[in-house]
Design a protein around this ligand. Sequence first.
Ligand SMILES: [Zn+2]
Length: 466
Amino acid sequence: MIKALKSMYNTVRQCVRYKNERSPLFTSEAGVKQGDPSSSLLFLFFVNDMINTMNADIDGIFTLEEIRFFLIMFADDSILFGNTPQALQSLLNDLEQYCQISGLKINTGKSKILIFEKGRHTRHSFSLCNKELEIVDSFKYLGTYFFKNGSWNRTQKLISQHSKFALHNLFIVFNQLDLDIKEKCKLFDSLVGSILNYNAAIWGNHDSKSIEIVHCKFLRKVLSVKKSTNLSALYGETGRYPMKIQRQLIMIKYWIKLVKTPDSLTYNVYKMLKHDADLNISYSGMNWAFYIKNLLTSSGLRYIWDNQWNTEIINYEQIKLRILDIYKQTWYADINNSNRLETYNLYKHDFNLEKYLSCIKENKFRIALTRFRLSSHDLAIETGRYTNIDRKFRICTHCNMRVIENEYHFLIVCPKYITIRQKYLKPYFFRWPTLNKFTNLMTNTSTNAINNLAKYIYFSMQERRS
Ligand SMILES: [Zn+2]
């Protein structure tokens, strides 16, 4: 093994690539090979003794039980931290000395100082290798932005901005390929959702409107509905949970992993947060453990929190089922209490992906049915809302019946569309129309009936516009 490594570094020849051109080869006497899988490991071997030259036996070092905590290393990235400016500067001095002895160079231009504080802006200065280090408001570590106030709101805003690019590319793919809705959702989850949920186990306890906006934009696009469409209807029609619910599950999964490895360092950090959570200390909503405690309590699973040392009672599937059930209850209450969805909740009872979204192959027919179902249409009952016309005056102007033009009237009553109706719907539904028949028609699950219903809506809407 050592022989192999030695021969790898016997002579290291490198060149510089710029655009498509390469420089002549030259030999390199220092450092590890760029991009080689063994490089970060070799570097860690080399700096293994760094910790011994640092004096952590001073005031202002973060201490967890007996562990003194001041250095995190990942590949060639290092983080030093202290509770006081003096402690941090002392660690920086030790680091400088270590690098001098071992012949390492620090890129001081890339080394930054982040002071975590709320409200106040204290002035300090820190130096390394005779250079003053820049003090920044945020720092990206392992792909996640940390901000000086300790809040994750701006992290989430950055994530949602970042994901818009991926969403845009996804929409280009949608325009070029004819994909089924299930495939579209899968692509969204792996290409955009993975960005939106990146490291969410850490920051997921913050509500994030900007992240949900990206998700809803996707849902409106796959359903082809107006911006004003009710959010609960978007989730219900596709059977998709809001990102917040997805994050709750990610956090619970991480929490379970944590409590099942009580020997880990992270568990020790968690224990500190849990101690405060049990005293109801929430750090203004930023205590991670407090959030988990509340989540379990509001899910009626407080006993799991109280007995978490007994990891046998912790079952992810059970917690997940409860969280999803509770969401479905609020979803159901929401569509029941919404004035705008009074027709929708006549035929929508289950939170799942609607069959018609997969079984109507022609886009224009499927879109016509979606818009009709989600009140994303121009019938008088809907347009009257925007112009503030009293409900009873939202009359159908396409016939002489002087009744409200709502979904029921359009589908099985209005005489204007009788020829189209005779072609696509069974006479049973419109000969003696009732609200019950309307509901039956809208909940019919036969592929043939669904396709005919969509065609009726499409052609009648065309007729209505002409
Ligand atoms: Zn009419």
